[in-house]
Design a protein around this ligand. Structure first.
Ligand code: FAD
Length: 310
């Protein structure tokens, strides 16, 4: 049985105010749903990450990583272990020739902005993806036909269980595939380097403006959501399949399939994570019945939401 009190004691002894008990996670996500983390650590440096690792190893308490919470459905019951997030100490960026390095907490749009100021092209696709750099690397986030795997050169990873120091991995070691990587779940991406090309200010700015306009036109940005709920199956679009199956506008409790973009679920006031998960199941069943395709979720779950193998 994991010993929460012992984990709390170890964390307090090592990092004091960086640890919080019963900390609400919903405000850290774009869905704004879900219960608290039993323990929460806002890590400013490797010292806090090492403390999380010590507490996890000593007690077997589960550990989960959150970035900007833009692809996250947190259980209504919260998370019964330690949730760790990279704090301001991991929010930095620096240029070296055609490479741009940044900390894992750097928002991807901010990093795209730094690239633009240095007249480096290649990261424009990320200007309106509301991710942290660490979360974008882990999920291999992408848009407009490009993804992180096209630009990442190396990443720095800190293991949150076992032993061993930070490791620097080459892009080829990340196991990048469509909207996923094979970076271990019990590790945290604390920084990454992308390789870009020289570009002109006007061209970079124009691509970014077009990316922003496209989103305003196609996505329900005014309501809480988690971006695309399902991955696009090979050769098709989840949104098209959902619309064809007549699931646009479908609702469960306060969760609704967006009328603006069928692969988005929006959370109205009073919605719960259970509403969202039940709606995901209903949409999936309709598409399977209508098109014979079983959609795979893109949204990540934290805590007990549905069955683990759903
Ligand atoms: C309006 C909107 C539009 C979106 N558009 C796109 C889009 O165009 N393309 C796209 O790909 N995605 C899109 N998304 C989804 C989301 O932004 C991406 O999946 C993003 O990569 C998630 O990053 P995050 O920092 O928010 O991670 P989180 O949502 O916090 O976490 C997602 C996963 O990454 C892990 N993780 C987070 N940080 C780290 C880290 N530092 N180290 C290791 N693991 C970590 C978490 O444990 C979790 O498994 C959109 C979301 C929204 C709300």
């Amino acid at each position: 049985m994991p010993d929460l009190a012992e984990a709390e004691r170890i964390l307090h002894a090592r990092v004091g105010p960086a640890v919080r008990v019963g900390f609400p996670i919903a405000p850290l996500t774009t869905f704004r749903l879900g219960g608290p983390a039993a323990l929460f650590v806002d890590a400013q440096g490797d010292e806090e990450l090492a403390a999380v690792r010590e507490a996890a190893d000593a007690t077997d308490i589960p550990v989960a990583v959150i970035g900007k919470g833009s692809n996250m459905l947190v259980s209504d019951d919260g998370f019964p272990g330690i949730v760790v997030r990279l704090g301001r100490g991991f929010r930095w960026a620096g240029r070296d020739g055609d490479r741009l390095s940044a900390g894992g907490a750097m928002p991807l749009p901010a990093m795209a902005g730094v690239a633009m100021r240095h007249r480096l092209s290649g990261l424009e696709f990320g200007v309106a993806i509301p991710a942290s750099l660490g979360g974008a690397v882990k999920m291999n986030a992408g848009a407009h036909g490009r993804s992180m795997s096209d630009v990442v050169d190396r990443m720095e990873v800190f293991p949150l269980t076992g032993s061993g120091p930070r490791r620097s991995l080459a892009s080829s070691e990340a196991g990048f595939a469509y909207r996923r990587s094979q970076l271990p779940d019990d590790s945290i991406v604390v920084g990454a380097t992308v390789r870009l090309q020289p570009g002109t200010d006007d061209e970079i700015r124009a691509h970014m403006e077009e990316a922003r306009r496209w989103r305003r036109r196609t996505q329900p940005l005014a309501e809480p959501n988690c971006g695309s709920v399902f991955k696009n199956p090979d050769g098709d679009h989840a949104a098209r399949l959902i619309e064809s199956a007549g699931a646009k506008g479908l609702r469960v409790g306060g969760a609704r399939v967006s009328e603006k973009h069928a692969n988005f679920i929006v959370a109205e006031t009073g919605a719960t994570a259970s509403d969202v998960w039940e709606l995901i199941q209903q949409v999936r069943a309709r598409v399977e019945h209508h098109a014979g395709i079983r959609l795979e979720t893109e949204v990540e779950r934290m805590g007990a939401v549905g069955d683990a193998d759903d």
